[in-house]
Design a binder for this molecule. Structure first.
Ligand code: PGA
Length: 226
């Protein structure tokens, strides 16, 4: 079981307070993904710390980007790639996401690669086609995890039903044999029903990861479901 907190462009909780609270939670791998400016403090607090994105080159004229060796150099353990907000607002493509994932994995980072369909794609019956397109560019790796995040469930309070999540996770695993996290309005009160599904291996949590108590409660729910 893995529970990752994606703080997005929020300062997030105090890393030491969070680390203290999580010290009593066992049986689940907990990860935090702060904005770039919060990485060092999270590492220092002893939290498993991932960036929210990583470039495929080691260095170069890529304003606004950061590389895997740079992240490893400050003690980060991994990175998200392909979050739907990167795809939607910053034009990231399946191929770019695949390059980011491959370079980060090769450099030694762990990677959570995000996939998921929009509401229009789901309503048009294209969910499997979209997931196949997004997943097929990724290569299996021991340090690769996929997060299934239906775009219509992110930050909307609309959670996929446990059955919908389970179906999508099973489909993703039929394409690529990696752990699959669920993301999209995961809260303390829906975490257990999602995480007891056989192919749900944890959660990627946005809004509810910004408060110590709600994030800790989700981590505890994951531990109970493990
Ligand atoms: P949410 O975000 O939990 O606020 O829906 C999830 C994510 O975007 O990773």
């Amino acid at each position: 079981m893995i529970v990752a907190g994606n703080w997005k462009m929020y300062a997030g909780p105090d890393p030491r307070e969070l680390a203290d609270r999580l010290a009593s939670v066992s049986g689940v791998e907990v990860v935090v993904c702060p904005p770039f400016t919060g990485l060092a403090a999270c590492v220092q607090a002893g939290l498993a710390t991932y960036a929210q994105n990583v470039h495929w080159e080691r260095e170069g004229a890529y304003t606004g980007e950061v590389s895997a060796p740079m992240l490893l150099g400050i003690g980060a353990a991994g990175s998200l790639v392909g979050h739907s907000e990167r795809r939607q607002y910053f034009g990231e493509t399946d191929e770019g996401v695949a390059r980011r994932a491959a370079a980060a994995l090769a450099a030694g980072l762990d990677v959570i690669a995000c996939v998921g369909e929009t509401l229009a794609e789901r309503e048009a019956g294209e969910t499997e086609e979209v997931l196949r397109r997004q997943v097929s560019v990724l290569e299996a790796h021991a340090r690769l995890v996929v997060a299934y995040e239906p775009v219509w469930a992110i930050g909307t309070g609309l959670t996929a039903t446990p059955e919908t999540a389970q179906d999508a996770h099973a489909f993703i695993k039929s394409l690529l044999d990696v752990p699959v996290l669920y993301g999209g309005s995961v809260k303390p009160d829906n975490a257990v029903e999602l995480m007891v599904q056989p192919d749900v291996d944890g959660a990627l949590v946005g809004g509810a990861s910004l408060q110590v108590e709600s994030f800790a409660a989700i981590c505890e729910a994951a531990a109970a479901a493990a």
